[in-house]
Design a protein around this ligand. Structure first.
Ligand code: AMP
Length: 142
């Protein structure tokens, strides 16, 4: 199974924000949308960064409450690891585990076409394993 299969189930919409969005506005967005990260879009529809709930914790710890007034561009992660829809779920799990992040924007032909979270990846991995177990049971029971 690959990332495209995840997007076929969950859809391709991604919650994004502009670089000038304040950290407070991002916190409000994460809460209202019940998500863990927003992709920050720069000019020409390119991914400029990512801002997750962990960045809010870090920003507050490093800068105090004043951080909430800062624009995302100042405190976001700019070296964003992205993937293509053809990447396998196993590879995605490895990337997230090694990189210690839980969100990966999906890019196709230079455009943002989705976002996968660790929750999506684990859910599909479990479904894959369950399918294998049923196939093995079917095979063993004749
Ligand atoms: P997360 O586990 O997704 O909440 O993110 C943990 C840290 O990794 C935060 O500083 C994020 O900005 C950063 N991060 C999240 N996703 C990515 C990604 N795809 N590429 C690079 N950094 C990321």
């Amino acid at each position: 199974m690959n990332v495209a299969a995840i997007l076929n189930t969950k859809g391709r919409s991604v919650v994004t924000a502009k670089p000038e969005t304040t950290i407070l506005e991002i916190a409000e967005k994460l809460t209202s949308q019940k998500i863990g990260a927003v992709v920050i879009m720069g000019s020409e529809g390119k991914v400029a960064g990512i801002f997750s709930e962990r960045d809010i914790t870090r920003s507050l710890a490093e800068h105090g409450p004043e951080a909430l007034k800062q624009p995302a561009s100042k405190l976001m992660t700019t070296e964003v690891i992205t993937c293509e829809p053809s990447v396998t779920i196993d590879d995605m799990m490895e990337t997230m585990t090694k990189g210690r992040f839980r969100h990966v924007p999906v890019i196709e032909d230079g455009a943002l076409v989705g976002l996968v979270s660790i929750g999506d990846v684990v859910k599909h991995h479990i479904a894959e394993v369950e399918l294998e177990v049923s196939a093995m049971r079917f095979y063993l029971n004749g």
